[in-house]
Design a protein around this ligand. Sequence first.
Ligand SMILES: Nc1ncnc2c1ncn2[C@@H]1O[C@H](COP(=O)(O)OP(=O)(O)OP(=O)(O)O)[C@@H](O)[C@H]1O
Ligand SMILES: [Mg+2]
Length: 237
Amino acid sequence: MSAIIVTGTDTSIGKTVFSAGLVAALGASYWKPVQSGLEEETDSQIVARLSGRPVLPEGYLLKLPASPHLSAEAEGVEIDPGTLSLPQVDGVLVVEGAGGVMVPLNRETLFVDMFARWGAPVILCARTQLGTINHTLLSLQALRGAGCDVVGVVFIGAAEAEVEDTICQFGKVAHLGRLPVIEELRAVPDRGRETKCPPMGADGHGPVSHRAKESDALAKAFAAHIDIDTIKKALQP
Ligand SMILES: Nc1ncnc2c1ncn2[C@@H]1O[C@H](COP(=O)(O)OP(=O)(O)OP(=O)(O)O)[C@@H](O)[C@H]1O
Ligand SMILES: [Mg+2]
């Protein structure tokens, strides 16, 4: 088995959408070690819906949508990093962290410490919007400082060629492509309601056809914009 870690410069920047595209492109399985927040669709549910690929059970499922250490404490639980070994699967395992790199799992351990312990290559997802140079370079520094092998940066959002180049130049890091804004996947505040009770289209296949459109749009954008060959090379032992 080989594993690859997907992290980001922040929460809600598109790690799960990118992970879904990646598991589909690699024919991989997906694992979310810690899910904080259960009111909306979980990351595992989104990946299953968008990729149709196998999803392993989360290590910790925590109700409060907060930093994992705080979500855990709110339930009287302590996250034990010793219980978060990479699950064994046939083929490739894509692992998505929670939030960003320096997110605490408990009062002693950050996600970046787990990435280093797992020893798997890391993809850093970054916005293209203002502020991303600082966040991305700091995240790269933290990853490398912990001894992680960074495959490269995936940008998410509208093209900002000079910003993307600046990050790759200062960060001495590979540009793995940019996932553009995919209209079919734009944040839908009432997504839960929409997927549970969608308006039926004229074809009478509202929910199913909408899901298929989302998956197709992601697969097309991924194939057109992401450097999957470099990612595959990083997976080779
Ligand atoms: N390329 C994209 N085009 C359009 N919308 C996107 C894209 N990527 C992500 N989104 C939307 O942005 C929102 C946040 O994306 P996502 O859940 O992937 O972020 P995340 O970084 O995994 O968040 P978290 O920190 O909660 O795990 C979602 O509503 C998603 O559909
Ligand atoms: Mg996510």
